[in-house]
Design a protein around this ligand. Structure first.
Ligand code: 13P
Length: 341
């Protein structure tokens, strides 16, 4: 019997667990490896991801699902066990990034539209077969005084909705990710502008999802937090939490299975503090958790440094970060816990 979409979605956000975004494309993981002076090869990518997926405490207690890049979905650990089997053995769900990237949008300077719809139904069938039970598509919304435009907003929201409908038809839970960029150019916008753009984006995305007949109970929303641009940071943790919750309450139907934030360029500790503040201070109709890439991996990547003798240190760093975010998803994280580690 095939699993129901709403059961998979509920499991993805249950009990303080959240998602590990490990779906960096070959280009992006190369940039991450550059920061530790490591060459990106199929083997180094495998070794790094094997270290993460074999971090037992994090995977069993904190990570409900892992977003994989296509290479990793079909890849095997050094001992020949498939990554899909390793993830499932930890009680976690394998997922897959299915968009093929944000590409410059014709006639819209400074904006992108995300590609990947052509042939998507066939690819989804193949990914389902390989064990993926959820997918991710990231639409990118630029923020400046003059951007986003309505044209780019509409194109990205429409693509997200078409992707989500195709996923559900294939028995796969769509993570719908419209990211209003905190770290784009010029990145000097303030939190008010981020709130205005995020509200407009989410309203547009949910209209498109309704028009595409997407089941809200069988999807996860992956939004940005409402926050100042990276070159204008000043809002407090409490303000980010309050403004984010306000925008979500205005735009996200309570039928949505869950919300899992991206970290978007926040430091590891900020991403944790903001999530915890939202869960601690507000009554919410949905589970709020994490779907972090950089904010879950940065410390582990540094501690590992590409050296086999540092695998245990990398896993300790990942276990710690995952545990801090598990507490944040329950609203019980405290800054003192960071120092204690
Ligand atoms: P960050 O948390 O590093 O923003 O990555 C999350 C993600 O999956 C972006 O698509």
């Amino acid at each position: 019997m095939s699993e129901r979409l709403e059961d998979i979605a509920a499991k993805m956000v249950a009990d303080g667990r959240g998602l590990l975004a490990a779906d960096e494309s070959t280009g992006t993981i190369g940039k991450r490896f550059d920061t530790i002076g490591l060459k990106s090869t199929e083997t180094s990518r495998r070794d790094y991801r094997e270290m993460l997926f074999r971090s037992e405490e994090a995977m069993k207690n904190c990570i409900s699902g892992v977003i994989l890049y296509e290479e990793t979905l079909f890849q095997k650990a050094a001992d020949g066990t498939s990554f899909v089997d390793i993830i499932k053995a930890a009680g976690s769900i394998p997922g897959i990034k299915v968009d093929t990237g944000a590409k410059p949008m014709a006639n819209y300077p400074g904006e992108t539209v995300t590609e990947g719809l052509d042939g998507l139904a066939e690819r989804l069938a193949k990914y389902y077969e390989a064990g993926a039970r959820f997918a991710k598509w990231r639409g990118v919304i630029a923020i400046s005084s003059s951007l986003p435009t309505w044209g780019s907003m509409k194109a990205n929201a429409h693509a997200l909705a078409r992707y989500a409908a195709l996923c559900q038809q294939a028995g796969i839970v769509p993570i719908v990710e419209p990211e209003c960029l905190m770290d784009g150019k010029p990145g000097d916008h303030n939190i008010d502008r981020c709130a205005e753009v995020t509200e407009w984006t989410l309203r547009t995305v949910f209209e498109e999802l309704a028009d595409a007949r997407v089941s809200l109970e069988g999807m996860i929303l992956k939004p940005n937090m409402v926050i100042d641009g990276k070159n204008a940071r000043k809002a407090s943790v409490a303000e980010v939490a309050e403004r984010t919750v306000q925008v979500l309450k205005r735009t996200v139907p309570s039928a949505v299975a869950g919300i899992a934030f991206l970290s978007g360029g926040q430091t590891t500790e900020e991403a944790t503090a903001h999530l915890s503040a939202m869960n601690a201070a507000f009554e919410l109709p949905w589970k709020l958790t994490f779907s972090y890439g950089r904010a879950l991996q940065d410390t582990a990547l540094k501690a590992w440094g590409g050296k086999p003798e540092n695998v245990a240190a990398g896993q300790r760093a990942f276990n710690h970060r995952a545990e801090m975010n598990r507490l944040a998803a329950k609203g019980t994280w405290k800054r003192e816990l960071e120092q204690a580690a």
